[in-house]
Design a protein around this ligand. Structure first.
Ligand SMILES: [Zn+2]
Length: 75
């Protein structure tokens, strides 16, 4: 599994939509080896948790949006 594939599957992984056990293992293995994807995953997971907590369709506060933009700018 390469970086592009890992990024594409991040949300599937978070939502437990990756069907095979093998894919989950490969995903986790890549995160352990690849610092860039690991950081990206931590960010996506934080965002995912926020969306979950706020509920889908709810407006994200402007201050939070700016924080997210700052984090994205670091990549
Ligand atoms: Zn990677």
């Amino acid at each position: 599994m390469d970086c592009q594939e890992v990024v594409e599957k991040m949300y599937l992984y978070l939502d437990h939509e990756i069907l095979t056990e093998e894919e989950r293992r490969e995903f986790e293995k890549h995160l352990e080896m690849c610092r860039q994807c690991c950081k990206r995953y931590e960010f996506e997971r934080a965002l995912w948790l926020l969306i979950r907590q706020n509920g889908l369709g709810e407006a994200i506060p402007e201050t939070l949006l700016h924080r997210i933009e700052n984090v994205i700018a670091q990549f």
